[in-house]
Design a binder for this molecule. Sequence first.
Ligand code: IMP
Length: 425
Amino acid sequence: MTVSIIVGTQWGDEGKGKITDLLARDMDMVVRYQGGNNAGHTVVIGNETFKLHLIPSGIFFANVLCVIGNGVVIDPAVLLQEIETLRSKGHPVNNLRISSQAHVILPYHKDLDKAQEKKKEAGRIGTTCRGIGPCYVDKYNRRGIRIADLMDPDALKSKLEWNLEEKGFLLDKYYGMKVSYNVDSIFNEYLGYAHAIKKYVVDESSSLVRDAIKKNKKLLLEGAQGTMLDVDHGTYPYVTSSNPVSSGACVGAGFPPNVVNEIIGVVKAYVTRVGGGPFPTEIEGGIGDKLREWGGEYGATTGRPRRCGWFDGVVMKHAAKVNGLTQLAITKLDVLDNLDKIEICTAYEYEGKQITDFPTDIRRLAKCKPVYEEMPGWKEDTTKVKDYQHLPEKAKKYLDKLAELAEARISLISVGAERGQIIRV
Ligand code: IMP
């Protein structure tokens, strides 16, 4: 039995798609456990670049069952578009399964997301405006529409009726957004989606997952976003509305924690963040702009430029502890190839003292200043390196420092977007 969880250790965009794709070939099942189409997992195969928003990154292997778990929120139009794109490029998607318990994103969720962001004078979260937060609010408020409801026209109609009444009132009277929802047209549109996705839908996807575990199959749980965007353990309120951390996998896929063997933290060799909120090691201008250019740091979902910064060891420690990391997959090491000097944040200075525990209260975090340790750059091209021994010595020292801060071993190092640009340690 091997149950492995892949988690982002920073603010998302660590390169989880590539790592999932790499590990998926040896798996029997890959399960997405939270988030929605706010995620963008990039997989490069030859000349083709795929940006997966909802479908697990194992989909390219026909013998790997790919499950969209109960913890995911699904915009069916986006899902169908993604299926269509994959099919048009020769990937039949017959290995996809969708949980009937997953929640559905409706037009009013997207409108609420935009209206809430617009209404905020200051402190905008900078959401992807895909309706993720409002959809999770409905889930926890027990007003949500699940995939199972899409398959039941009567339930869909009545749930749509009261939701449209409530959301229409809120948008119009509180947010001042003029909307004219028509129950019948939304009902018909979503019935159409139901028809199109029906063949992928499974009741009790969590039984499918647990049965696979019982039969000693190999499972990979694919997280979206990252630890610092976790609604409980991240930089609240500048977070997403789900639990990307490893324990979120148990809830979002439906299996107990005692079956997990490996927890793989995906760690970008520097850090990025998209959207608002605290980012202690941010580099504004200069090298920050260069990292953005060299690393192609633009959102896979929204195209927004990502904020870039030096590696943050305090964030790393936090992620290692919250997730229980057993391995690290370092990505984008090659992006640092041209730097003369590289800074690593090893602690924060807070009220005159050095701290290494991440303050999740953003008022305390705002008073923290990063403490840096300078390391020499290696100034060599690493993009063609296939073995760890052939990495420049200074790059190895840098990697050692990252592993030391995480107190976990490095098992993979990615040195480019292509499938083959990977070093197994
Ligand atoms: P939401 O998930 O659209 O509600 O956005 C909340 C915050 O999470 C915003 O700062 C987004 O930019 C950020 N976010 C959501 N999904 C991702 C992702 O996949 N990568 C990076 N940031 C994300």
